[in-house]
Design a protein around this ligand. Structure first.
Ligand SMILES: CC(=O)SCCNC(=O)CCNC(=O)[C@H](O)C(C)(C)COP(=O)(O)OP(=O)(O)OC[C@H]1O[C@@H](n2cnc3c(N)ncnc32)[C@H](O)[C@@H]1OP(=O)(O)O
Ligand SMILES: O=C([O-])CC(=O)C(=O)O
Length: 371
């Protein structure tokens, strides 16, 4: 038995949800570029869960169900209110989703119908949770979602209490589409491992949130913004990045385990970042980002991943940095739940082996003889 570090190149399951073949990403066979340009996030959620694009009445039905399920129980709001003010936002999200399961009577119900209903509730409630968390820690009242509005609109509305502009809603919707699923990424794999023991959907999503939190995965988007803030002004970009590279530091938002010639999602976020910079009259973050891309790609051949330009997009939307990864979770929960449903369809316990590298035939030393 020989281990492959980081399971690189190992095919661990079959899946018909998303594919990355020769650098092209599809959801259910549809190219991500087309979805980013033409679809809405709700259509993508339907596509991921049910394997086809919805017709108008199927889409209306799903939107109605998402809207209906978008409020969170009062007990959960009280739980959020009681959290320490300075808590890490992904740790909070992980705990809140776990708490949410305690108020879902179907949490441990394993039928297909119950699992779809839970997927709808999780997708509908994560944006409400993230917005409520952001407001409560500032001492503000949470805002109820508007019935009938899109997830992208509602999230921005619940966060700020103001009607978002059309371009803000478009940018948020596009970001949600682009982050929705990505084959067997670390958090999705974590969710599948958890539910393959026949544990419940909430446990799978909580495992996934824990995995997404790390800076090598979803947590990178916050780190990108921290880096842009550290650089501060474009004239410092070259010296700061070159110093990081010479110190062998990783440049957040660059590189990818699967894409070696560039992430097809990055260009859409770059375009949104540029547009938002023009609309807000502050292109500083966008320009600094393009400059960093030039330096990192030029010197290391590394290309930006989905996390890189999302940082300047969210900042232009006025979103605090520590909500970037929770926003990723708000989108990726559609993919996690699709994968959990797929895992349940044809389940087998996921239990690989480890190549043992410890001592062999070690004696049991009695306590009095130990050093
Ligand atoms: C949504 C997502 O999860 S997308 C990924 C988000 N994560 C990031 O942006 C964090 C920064 N990027 C990285 O850490 C990596 O590129 C990963 C984790 C995404 C992929 O990692 P792996 O496939 O395991 O590649 P690995 O980390 O082994 O890197 C291979 C080589 O490229 C270098 N490298 C990879 N990414 C970077 C980077 N962002 N900055 C500098 N060097 C890098 C490594 O240092 C290593 O160099 P070496 O061979 O000289 O030691
Ligand atoms: O696929 C991966 O390894 C990371 C990920 O989630 C993404 O790029 O969206």
């Amino acid at each position: 038995m020989t281990a492959t570090k980081g399971l690189e190149g190992i095919v661990a399951t079959t899946s018909s949800i998303s594919s990355i073949i020769d650098g092209v990403l599809t959801y259910r066979g549809i190219n991500i570029d087309e979805l980013a340009e033409k679809a809405t996030f709700e259509e993508v959620v339907y596509l991921l869960w049910f394997g086809k694009l919805p017709n108008q009445s199927e889409l209306d039905d799903l939107k109605g169900k998402l809207s209906e399920a978008s409020s969170i129980p009062e007990e959960v709001i009280q739980y959020v209110q009681g959290l320490p003010k300075e808590v890490n936002s992904m740790a909070a999200l992980r705990s809140i989703v776990s708490t949410l399961s305690l108020y879902d009577e179907e949490a441990n119900e394993m039928s297909d119908e119950a699992n779809i209903r839970k997927a709808i509730r999780l997708q509908a409630q994560l944006p409400t949770i993230v917005a409520a968390f952001a407001r409560l820690r500032e001492g503000q009242e949470p805002i109820q979602p508007k019935q009938g509005a899109s997830i992208a609109y509602n999230f921005l509305y619940m966060l700020t209490g103001e009607e978002p502009t059309d371009i803000a809603v478009e940018a948020m919707d596009k970001a949600l589409i682009l982050h929705a699923d990505h084959e067997l990424n670390a958090s999705t794999f974590a969710s599948r491992v958890t539910v393959a023991t026949l544990s419940d959907m909430y446990s799978g999503v909580v495992s996934a949130i824990g995995a997404l939190k790390g800076p090598l995965h979803g947590g990178a988007n916050e780190q990108v913004m921290a880096m842009l803030e550290e650089i501060g002004t474009s004239d410092r970009a070259e010296s700061v990045i070159k110093e990081k590279l010479s110190n062998k530091e990783k440049i957040m938002g660059f590189g990818h385990r699967v894409y070696k010639n560039g992430d097809p999602r990055a260009k859409h976020l770059q375009k949104m970042s540029k547009q938002l910079g023009e609309v807000t009259g502050n292109s500083n973050w966008y320009e600094m980002s393009t400059q960093i891309e030039e330096i990192v790609t030029g010197s290391k051949g590394l290309k930006p991943n989905v996390d890189f330009y999302s940082a300047s997009v969210y900042t232009s939307l006025g979103i605090p940095r520590d909500l970037f990864t929770p926003i990723f979770a708000m989108s990726r929960v559609s993919g996690w739940t699709a994968h959990i449903l797929e895992q349940f369809e044809n389940n087998r316990l996921i239990r690989p082996r480890a190549e043992y590298t410890g001592p062999s035939s070690a004696p049991y030393v009695p306590m009095e003889d130990r050093a």
